[in-house]
Design a protein around this ligand. Structure first.
Ligand code: HEM
Length: 418
């Protein structure tokens, strides 16, 4: 009899079709090779995939063995290109802040930026987030159907962040273009003409925010950008222009697509589990736990890089200095050793919030509180105002990507609650 059981070597991790549904592979990998060597994108560095919850935490906790300074990876192949360099020379240089910084530098950036991302600042955003949510729903509710990604999940975080960074509604289209340009540059999948356009967008973004920063320095307002610009910590130098621009850039990159992806994935999860949707509609007290379950199961930031700083051993695998580690949050989040029946969706799961979707340790997501608030308000208003939500004819499609899990589109139909 021929066995149909797949082997780990049968899977191609970088195959776009595979990336849409890697969970069978993860199950095998966690059991047989939780630190698995893969073909590396860099000739002189090995690449290891980490899929178990406990091992992911071991890597994320130990910043001296596993560095976040993977900026060289993110900026690409660094081939000298005169035209690009000329464009970038007109702006401010890129700095290594937060996401790609290691201790001790990371500590200074994080303590200053934490002054802006406080719970009272996020609490103050409640009404304006709800207003953005309701206006989006007003835009499609009478139609009985919509394309949920572009009509709801994309505009929500973009509008919320824009408001907090002092960008008026009239400038939203260019703000969204800048945000997309940063993401496109990270993808490495753009043509040279697109790269030139993205570089121009980056510089335009810098000049725009230089003006916003200077205006907040002179005239403080009640918003996040003012808190950021004026953040002070005893014994630390305040953030300078280059650092502020880098942090605002990271907020756009890290805070827009992730929230879009989480909200769209949450809606699809509800459609696939109508009983859970019904349960939430009758008992809103479970809503926060549902948000955690969406983050656990759909893990918008599916993985993140670390660079090995010295020869070391992880689990029982010897790893050379300079190797790359790809920590798979999406695999750890379904580890049955941590989450009972981890593949299933259960809005009442007692430990749903132990997921690693916001990372772990010193790089734990700066925007976690804001993301949770946006998701909570979004689902509360959607579940109150729409009934019988179902998939429409054109359905949905995922966008394959190694680091991000996101939906390209999601067509839904629903009944308007009278
Ligand atoms: C559902 C939405 C979100 C998800 C899934 C997410 C995920 C993550 C993850 C996994 C990390 C850790 C990366 C690492 O360890 O290398 C992280 C860090 C970060 N996130 Fe988020 N994020 C979300 C929303 C946001 C928002 C709304 C913002 C800002 C407004 C934001 C800003 C950041 C920043 C600046 C960092 C770097 C923090 C540091 O290195 O100290 N994120 N995020």
């Amino acid at each position: 009899m021929v066995s149909t059981m797949k082997e780990l070597s049968d899977y191609d991790f970088f195959d776009p079709e595979f990336l849409v549904c890697p969970y069978e592979f993860y199950k095998l990998a966690r059991e047989r090779s939780p630190i698995m060597e893969l073909p590396s994108p860099k000739a002189n560095a090995k690449l290891f995939l980490v899929t178990r919850y406990d091992l992911a935490i071991e890597v994320l906790k130990d910043t001296s063995r596993f560095s976040s300074n993977f900026a060289a990876l993110l900026v690409g192949q660094a081939e000298p290109d005169d035209e690009l360099q000329l464009i970038y020379a007109q702006g401010w240089p890129q700095a290594n802040t937060l996401l790609t910084a290691d201790p001790p530098e990371h500590e200074r950036f994080r303590s200053l930026v934490n002054k802006a991302f406080t719970s009272s600042r996020i609490e103050k955003m409640h009404d304006s987030i709800q207003q953005v949510v309701d206006e989006s729903i007003d835009g499609f509710i009478d139609r009985g159907h919509c394309e949920f990604v572009s009509e709801f999940a994309v505009p929500l975080p973009v509008k919320v962040i824009a408001q907090q960074l002092g960008v008026p509604p009239a400038d939203l289209p260019q703000f969204k273009r800048w945000s997309d340009a940063f993401i496109a540059l990270l993808s490495h999948l753009i043509s040279r003409e697109q790269e030139i356009q993205c570089a121009k967008d980056v510089v335009a973004f810098q000049y725009y925010f230089r003006d916003v920063i200077e205006s907040r320095q002179k005239q403080p307002q009640d918003d996040l950008i003012t808190d950021l610009v004026n953040a002070k910590v005893a014994g630390e130098r305040p953030l300078d222009m280059v650092e502020l621009l880098s942090i605002i850039q990271q907020i756009l990159v890290a805070g827009n697509e992730t929230v879009t992806s989480a909200i769209a994935a949450g809606m699809l999860l509800l459609i696939k589990h109508p009983q859970q949707m019904e349960l939430l509609q009758t008992d809103f007290s479970q809503l926060q736990n549902f948000v955690e379950e969406v983050l656990r199961l759909e893990t918008p930031t599916a993985g993140m890089w670390r660079v090995v700083t010295r020869d070391t051993k992880l689990g029982d695998v010897e790893i050379e200095v300079g190797s790359l580690i790809l920590v798979r949050f999406d695999a750890a989040n379904r580890d049955p050793a941590k989450f009972a029946a981890g593949e299933g969706c259960d809005v009442r799961r007692p430990n749903a919030s132990s997921h690693l979707s916001f990372g772990y340790g010193i790089h734990y997501c700066l925007g976690a509180m804001l993301a949770r608030k946006e998701m909570h308000i979004a689902f509360q208003r959607l579940l109150l105002r729409l009934n019988n939500v179902r998939l429409a004819k054109d359905g949905y499609q995922y966008l394959p990507n190694v680091l991000m899990r996101s939906l390209k589109y999601l067509h839904i139909e629903f009944d308007k609650v009278a």
